[in-house]
Design a protein around this ligand. Structure first.
Ligand SMILES: O=P(O)(O)OC[C@@]1(O)O[C@H](CO)[C@@H](O)[C@@H]1O
Length: 310
């Protein structure tokens, strides 16, 4: 079983507008309103690729009900703890031409110790049946900043493969737990390490240390449509074209879902990278988050560019 953990889910409201600039008044040419949060998005893409997963974390209020009902309607298994307050709404404006994304995220509901305790009981129970667990996104108020370390250590001790996509202090704590796969916020890591990020070499320097600490795969954003992959078989640059792109919102989550599938299907390193990037690319070809189908992803595989750097 695949488990996705989204401690701070959201309703995502995404607007594509022409010539976005602060202070203007815009009419959206495309909109999408959908359940979100990084782990939730990964669960949705996994479903589109033919894999069931159990989505867990915290939900609250009307927004929480909307997220839970939407996921159930799509056939996902949900295992959320319901708390007081309101699940957040995050708003994103994507410029139609440059694809630059501007976002405003709410903090999310306050999570009490009691709710956290209920989550931990559920988590430990699901771990017994899990093959892999993916942790995605920021933490709502009340959740300890180092929770990802504890959750990853518990998974590792249970022999479960872990994936993390987070940022800032929660990511740094998560990395101490030694996840198997990590989508890293290398800009934050470079600030912590005091390394100026002005070239690919610097990026490699900042991220490479993770391998020595036991992280098997690390992925860092490099360009708008390109990522650097630190794998057990070397460092690779992978890219896809900008033609036809509508919105890159959610593409990183599609990429993580693709890597999860690559792992489950024992793809070669290069095939995993190619598949993950094809998922990210397919996600970007329409305003709705996610991939239209596995076939749509596979149609892009040949056009993904992958090259070995080291
Ligand atoms: O605030 P976080 O948890 O870091 O990110 C939340 C979020 O931006 O991530 C997803 C896109 O990757 C969206 O569904 C969601 O709104």
């Amino acid at each position: 079983m695949i488990v996705t953990v989204t401690l701070n889910p959201a309703i995502d409201e995404e607007y594509v507008v022409p010539d976005f600039a602060p202070g203007g008044w815009f009419r959206a040419t495309k909109i999408d309103r959908s359940p979100g949060g990084k782990g939730v998005n990964v669960s949705l893409v996994l479903k589109q690729l033919g894999y069931d997963s159990a989505a867990m974390g915290f939900l609250a209020g009307f927004n929480g009900e909307y997220v839970r009902d939407s996921l159930k309607r799509l056939g996902l298994t949900t295992n959320f703890v319901h708390t007081r307050g309101e699940t957040r709404t995050n708003v994103y404006v994507v410029d139609e031409v440059s694809h630059v994304e501007t976002g405003v995220a709410e903090a999310g509901p306050y999570i009490t110790e009691e709710a956290l305790g209920r989550f931990l009981i559920n988590y430990k129970r699901l771990l017994k049946r899990a093959d892999c667990v993916l942790f995605g996104g920021s933490l709502p108020p009340g959740v300890p900043q180092d929770i990802y370390r504890e959750l990853i250590v518990l998974a590792r001790e249970a022999g479960v493969v872990t994936f993390i996509d987070a940022a800032g202090a929660p990511l740094m704590a998560g990395l101490e737990g030694i996840p198997s796969f990590a989508k890293v916020d290398h800009r934050f890591m470079s600030r912590v390490a005091g390394v100026r990020l002005n070239s690919l070499d610097n990026l490699i320097e900042v991220v490479s240390g993770l391998h020595e600490r036991g992280v098997l795969w690390a992925v860092a954003n490099y360009r708008t449509c390109g990522d650097v992959f630190f794998t057990p078989e070397g460092i690779f640059l992978g890219e896809f074209g900008r033609k036809g792109i509508v919105s890159l919102f959610g593409s990183d989550d599609a990429l993580m879902a693709g890597l999860t599938v690559g792992h489950l299907e024992r793809m070669t390193v290069e095939a995993s990278i190619r598949f993950a990037l094809a998922c990210a690319w397919e996600n970007a070809l329409h305003v709705e988050k996610g991939c239209r189908s596995r076939k749509a992803v596979e149609d892009l595989l040949e056009k993904v560019h992958v090259e070995r750097l080291e």
